[in-house]
Design a protein around this ligand. Structure first.
Ligand SMILES: N[C@@H](CCC(=O)N[C@@H](CS)C(=O)NCC(=O)O)C(=O)O
Length: 265
């Protein structure tokens, strides 16, 4: 049944036939054939996520930094629930849902700007048009030049890894030159810092797997920035250990990503 059709059913019917939101809030990923969760309710915010997705982590970082209350529904990305595909034509996480089916927002960077729009206290996105453009350009470069190399390092062939590791570090050198202050966003952490961070959290995995070296001699500003970032409470709240990233990366490489890795049975 179409999810929004379910939400229009009489309440009594919904209560009997649908699991409650509380039932849904196990962290385990929801699969094809699962029942569509009821809408989050007036004024409530929901994040559709996947625990190891770096793009969803961008949005989790914004939510944590802004202190916004929300609920999470994790999606099994190899066996996506039909109702999830009805919410987003991209079929990707993160997706934000507010006030039931009325507001659906997808794409991590769009989600983050939307959060600043609807919760303007502690606005993270720069207001100055030129600074906003600068941050967007760094992110565009990151998306075009570094992220594809990151995925080749994680799931590519062994013999391609040394060349990819060099290409990855070349990309980081460009990013190093864009870091002119303690944080990418200035004296304080900001949007660009949060939107870049998830891939840096995974660098230790690349070191172990593909020999990526981020030395303080070669990348002094970036390595100091990484220390600063890892100390922030919101970053700690959204992080996984290098071991868990490594274990998840291995399942990704094997083509059977384990979205529930580390959760109790
Ligand atoms: N451009 C998207 C990328 C999101 C993305 O690639 N998410 C991955 C998980 S890390 C996903 O949902 N993959 C499922 C698929 O592509 O089918 C964003 O910024 O939100």
């Amino acid at each position: 049944m179409h999810c929004s059709a379910v939400s229009k059913l009489p309440v009594r019917f919904c209560l009997r036939s649908q699991p409650t939101v509380k039932d849904m809030l196990s962290e385990k990923a929801m699969k094809t054939g699962s029942a569509c969760p009821p809408p989050p309710g007036p004024g409530k915010l929901r994040l559709y996520s996947m625990r190891f997705c770096p793009y969803a982590q961008r949005t989790r970082l914004f939510l944590a930094a802004k202190g916004i209350e929300y609920e999470t529904i994790n999606i099994h990305l190899r066996e996506k629930p039909e109702w999830f595909l009805e919410k987003t034509p991209m079929g990707q996480v993160p997706v934000l849902e507010k006030d039931g089916d009325i507001a659906i927002v997808y794409e991590s960077l769009v989600c983050n700007e939307y959060l600043d729009g609807i919760y303007p206290d502690k606005c993270i996105t720069p207001r100055d048009p030129l600074e906003k453009a600068r941050q967007s350009m760094v992110l565009a470069l990151w998306g075009a030049k570094v992220i594809p190399v990151y995925y080749k390092l994680v799931i590519g062939k062994d013999d391609e890894r040394p060349a990819m590791a060099r290409q990855f570090v070349d990309g980081l050198e460009y990013i190093e030159s864009a870091l002119t202050q303690p944080f990418f966003s200035g004296d304080d952490v900001g949007a660009l810092d949060y939107n870049l961070w998830p891939w840096f959290e995974r660098v230790p995995m690349l070191k172990a797997r593909a020999g990526v070296q981020m030395s303080a001699e070669k990348l002094p500003k970036l390595t100091a920035w990484m220390e600063r970032m890892s100390d922030l409470p919101e970053v700690k709240a959204c992080s996984f250990s290098p071991e868990i990233h490594d274990r998840y990366g291995k399942t990704l490489l094997a083509g059977r990503s384990e979205y529930d890795l580390g959760l109790e049975e």
